[in-house]
Ligand binder design. Structure first.
Ligand SMILES: Cc1cc2nc3c(=O)[nH]c(=O)nc-3n(C[C@H](O)[C@H](O)[C@H](O)COP(=O)(O)OP(=O)(O)OC[C@H]3O[C@@H](n4cnc5c(N)ncnc54)[C@H](O)[C@@H]3O)c2cc1C
Ligand code: FES
Length: 281
């Protein structure tokens, strides 16, 4: 791709409705030109611009993992103009993706460390990419313990339910799933907000531990003191930010926090960095 504003053409290979209220769907795209797939080389935590011709272009986190060859997945919450149009598209329709964009999670800097992954709501999308990457047999051994705390409003709002069940049974990963509320007396997981469940279940930092946190602002606000109590220093807490974006490549200046552009320098920042941008975060 010579012009960074030109999207790669993709076809919609599969559409999966994720949640009981049908507000979240996962779109699996296949590149029309094989060379484009190679050029779209990404890491977990990055995002892309999904462009629907004559409707608009929006930033969405990449939900697939680089190891999932031949496809790229995005899980999209139906909220406004572009996302509603996308939700009405069908298998076989053609659209565009531009990217990958942003920095992603620096997983190669975390080898030998214990990882705590905390996600809430649909911010869990890029964490799916991270978990699939870390659970690759040739990758898993490079890390210490892996704990995941993931919460949704109710059981019907949990994403990737088949995979969650599989990860719960899989050795090498400790899953702590929670919902805010449920009337199911046989609900097998936790009930309660993510920060409280993290306080109960997440391992204390050994000094060699990193936490990755993605979720709505209120979840992040109440998770910060819990992580501090568990001994995670701000330099060992990574967060992925969402800001309004236009170009996605550091050109329009629309997405700045402090001196940095979220699309180019983020969306992943350490909490230690964000603490230096008072009033912005
Ligand atoms: C880095 C990043 C990752 C994201 N990942 C996901 C994801 O995995 N799944 C998901 O469902 N949503 C994600 N979002 C939010 C998603 O971009 C917005 O929900 C989407 O832009 C709304 O588009 P719309 O046209 O349907 O809504 P409208 O409200 O009609 O928006 C109109 C226009 O405003 C702009 N806009 C609105 N909200 C945002 C926003 N938060 N960020 C940037 N531009 C915006 C877009 O240009 C959009 O076309 C992410 C946002 C960012 C910045
Ligand atoms: S979206 Fe244009 S600079 Fe970030």
């Amino acid at each position: 791709m010579n012009n960074p504003y030109d999207p790669y053409p993709v076809t919609i290979k599969e559409i999966k409705t994720e949640t009981a209220d049908r507000s979240l769907k996962t779109f699996t795209f296949a590149f029309i030109h094989q060379a484009d797939e190679a050029a779209f080389s990404y890491r977990s935590g990055q995002f892309a611009m999904l462009s629907v011709p004559r409707v608009g272009e929006i930033p969405i986190g990449i939900a697939s993992a680089p190891s999932e060859k031949g496809i790229v997945k995005f899980t999209v919450f139906k909220t406004g103009k572009v996302t509603t149009f996308l939700h009405n598209m069908k298998q076989g329709d053609v659209m565009g993706i531009r990217g990958p964009m942003g920095n992603g999670f620096p997983l190669e800097q975390m080898t030998k460390k214990n990882l705590l992954i905390i996600g809430g709501g649909f911010a869990f999308t890029t964490l799916r990419s991270t978990i699939i990457t870390l659970m690759q047999p040739d990758v898993r051994d490079q890390y210490g313990t892996i704990d995941v705390v993931y919460g949704a409003r109710n059981p019907g709002m949990l994403l990737y339910q088949d995979e969650l069940d599989q990860w719960c049974r899989q050795p090498g990963i400790n899953m702590h799933i929670t919902v805010d509320e449920t009337d199911d007396p046989d609900w097998p997981h936790h009930t309660g907000f993510v920060p409280a469940v993290a306080g109960e279940c997440a391992p204390e930092s050994t000094g060699n531990s990193v936490a990755i946190v993605c979720g709505p602002p209120v979840m992040i606000k109440f998770t910060r003191p819990v992580l501090a109590d568990l001994g995670y220093g701000d330099e060992n807490i990574l967060m992925s930010l969402e800001n309004r974006m236009k170009c996605g490549i550091g050109m329009c200046g629309r997405c700045n926090i402090g001196q940095e552009l979220v699309c180019r320098d983020g969306p992943v920042f350490t909490l230690a960095y964000l603490n230096k941008t008072p009033g912005e975060f």
